[in-house]
Each structure stands twice: as C-alpha cells, then as structure tokens.
Design a protein around this ligand. Sequence first.
Ligand code: SF4
Length: 216
Amino acid sequence: MSEEKKVKQCLTCADCKVKSCMHKQEDKYPRFCLTAKVDKELLAEAKQEYFDETNQKLALTAAEIEGQFYGKYTRVQETVEFIKRLGAKKVGIATCVGLLNEAGVFAQILKKNGIEYYAVGCKIGAIEKSEIGIPPENTLTKGEQYESMCNPIMQAKILNEKKTDLNVMIGLCVGHDSLFLRYAEAPTTVLVVKDRVTGHNPCVPLWTYNGIYSKI
Ligand code: SF4
C-alpha cells in the first residue's frame, strides 16, 4: 500500500463511539455529532422521499425483514423474503462468473419459491480487455491469453431490457459494482460482496485492523 498521506479530515460518524442518534439521546451526542447539527431542510427533504410509492415499499419491506427476522435469518433467507414481500415478479441476478455455483444455488432457491429470475454473468459478450483500453499489465495473464473483461454495464442493460423488478448482485468486483449500480434501472440489493482473500467477508481485515492488517 502507498505511504500514509496527510488529509484534512473533520470528525464524522466514523469517529463516533456513542451512536446516541439510535434513540435520540440528545444529551449524549458527541460535540461533532452530525444529527445535532443536521441541516433541517435537507432532512425534511430526505424524509419526504420515503413517501414516494417505490421508496415507501422498499423502506417498509426492509423494516419488516429487520423487525421480524433480526438475527434469525441468513442474508439469503432475508433476500428471498424481501423479494416475496416486495411482490417482485422477476428478479435479475448480476453475478461474477467466479461465483456461478453460488449464483446457481441461489437461482434454484428462487425457483423453489416460485420466483422467476434472469441471471447474467460478468463476462457477458466476451469483449477482450484491451478493447476498452485495459493495458496487459492489468490483466491476469499479462496479455498472454484472450481475457474477457467484466461487463457490468451490459449486465445492467440486459436486466433493464428484461424489465426486472429487483436485481441481486452476487460478487461483482469493486468498481464493477459501481458501474452496475450506475446503469441498473431496477432497485438492486447486494447478496455477496467479493473479497477473494477473506472468503467474501470484507469485515475480516476491519476486525483485525490492529493485528496483521494494521500494515495496510
Ligand atoms: S449522528 Fe451523532 S450520535 Fe449518531 S453516529 Fe453520527 S456522530 Fe454519533
């Protein structure tokens, strides 16, 4: 990793140890508290958005899942329940081809629950990486073999054409997920976050920050 750079950084929620906003304990807010000094107009604007039909459905369904299955359901179960309660008729699956087995199992679970799905792998279209300007040094075979690029924009475009009601992302690479989210028209939820080193659990280095990972 690169050398530590000095940045001018104000204190924000990432520096908070009390999270007193959870129960609005105003006397315990830290001095830099973002809730204490929140822009009231912006807050009202954000709140109003929850009354948009789609937003309200998503927010209330998310609350049902949290309220009824907190600590009881795995993320897979929560996702299936979320889909059912939203009444999503067609689910798009945007998956990494390295996780096709997992995507296949998830697809079977959807099928068994009577949910239609359409899955698109990240290498869709098999465009060679150099065609969009990816240099050989940034390919896995260093240019020695045809290497298809990940194509999250095409994944999104296909799922848009299929008119999916909800998309589920399975293990798209960092950055490719950003592109998918930029182009997907249906609301998207994330089932798997890719982390090849930790068995897809990016929290591991964060939990062990003061241990071996402190170097990064
Ligand atoms: S809003 Fe205030 S209390 Fe809540 S996490 Fe941020 S700093 Fe902490």
